[in-house]
Design a protein around this ligand. Structure first.
Ligand SMILES: Nc1ncnc2c1ncn2[C@@H]1O[C@H](COP(=O)(O)OP(=O)(O)OP(=O)(O)O)[C@@H](O)[C@H]1O
Ligand SMILES: [Mg+2]
Length: 230
């Protein structure tokens, strides 16, 4: 087993005017390669904040984060951005696709941003095909359904083969049919490519697909973290 992500004693306090808002109160989490992990917990308990820290979109007030052997917390802003681009694939609740680019164009953009400038049409087609989007690759986001847009967002997150995919309520904006399709895709990516995935979800059916569920409350991970036997 190889540790892909290790977070230790993460604290995040937001300052709003003169008030400190504690979002994370000391969270430690280790994720192994190939894990598919769900994060659950009530609204406002700090799930998104944690995911943004783990992905280098925010810096912690204190604590350390290592992603695939690289220390995010010791890195400069530029270095952290570089690590994020090389190691992490994000999937957001709102799909955040580039509206003027086609499905394939969105993947190409991700490759460009990735840093090594890879331009791999074969890989793009393979990923789009796996997500059953091969006949939609030349469509722009507005020419796709919500479920298809989320599948493109997922394709974009994995096309660069990131060490870890971080997904913040990826089915939050989808109906049950599309949610099921997208979740099956996550499961298939995890199963076929041993893709490491951390997914925030409110949906118990989605969490049931994961091998481990981490419950959060009020800026803490609730111990013991529940394990699901598959
Ligand atoms: N940029 C910010 N500035 C100030 N406070 C923030 C900021 N982002 C989050 N918070 C606060 O931190 C706490 C945790 O927010 P967070 O978004 O992580 O919750 P969440 O668990 O993802 O909730 P939800 O399920 O509703 O998405 C909340 O009290 C929130 O108001
Ligand atoms: Mg959230």
């Amino acid at each position: 087993m190889r540790t892909i992500l290790n977070a230790e004693k993460l604290v995040k306090t937001f300052r709003v005017g003169k008030v400190d808002v504690p979002a994370l109160r000391g969270i430690s989490l280790e994720v192994q390669e190939g894990e598919f992990l769900a994060i659950m917990g009530p609204s406002g308990c700090g799930k998104s904040t944690m995911l943004h820290l783990l992905g280098g979109l925010l810096t912690p007030t204190s604590g350390t984060i290592t992603v695939d052997g690289e220390d995010l917390t010791a890195a400069s802003d530029a270095r952290r951005t570089d690590i994020r681009r090389r190691k992490i694939g994000f999937v957001f609740q709102r799909f955040n696709l580039f509206p003027t680019l086609t499905a394939e164009g969105n993947l190409r953009l991700a490759e460009k941003i990735h840093g090594n400038g890879a331009d791999d049409p074969t890989r793009r087609r393979e990923v789009l095909k796996m997500l059953r989007l091969e006949d939609k690759m030349h469509h722009k986001p507005l020419e796709l359904s919500g479920g298809e847009q989320q599948r493109v967002a997922l394709a974009r997150a994995v096309v660069t083969r990131p060490a870890i995919v971080l997904a913040d309520e990826p089915t939050g904006n989808l109906d049950s049919e599309n949610s099921e399709i997208v979740l099956n895709m996550f499961q298939e990516l995890n199963y076929r490519f041993n893709q490491t995935i951390v997914m925030i979800t409110h949906n118990p059916e989605a969490a049931a697909m994961c091998r481990r569920i981490v419950q959060m409350r009020d800026g803490h991970i609730v111990e013991p973290a529940l394990s699901v036997q598959m």
